[in-house]
Design a protein around this ligand. Sequence first.
Ligand code: FEO
Length: 169
Amino acid sequence: MIQEKIQDALNNQVAAEFYSAHLYLSMSSYLESIDLPGAANWMRIQYREELAHAEKIFDFVIERDGRAILEGFDAPPREWSSALGVFQAAYEHEQKVTAMIEKLVELARELKDYATEVFLQWFISEQVEEEASVKAIVQQLKLVAESKNGRFMIDRELASRTFAPSSGA
Ligand code: FEO
């Protein structure tokens, strides 16, 4: 049976993943409001990935004979300054999530919970990918700056992202 301390920490991470999901859905809504449907699609896919992350941890707690508990979630922000502002905020958010996952790994090590440590390896790799993909979009948006054509091209590219369940779960 999973130790209570790591169970609580994993339940907190479930809440953090749901918060990430809501944050990205809110960003998707903002991007729709500034006429960037492709970028909104990208964030909508990100929302689904975060839901899959939350469920993956939720299921792991149950599999270890623990109790998965859902707490209340804070409302995400609803306004940003621009598309660049959105993706910069997403990048900063992912860096925070990476730090949270690293803390979980440290706790698992401290408690000699090897099963949780191995389970978290998937999230360590996922965070490398998540940070890199958001950062690439930030860089593209910086490059095009105020160019409407550039923004249109990026938006068209972001429209092509689809949800692949295996990448999120
Ligand atoms: Fe679930 Fe974007 O980390």
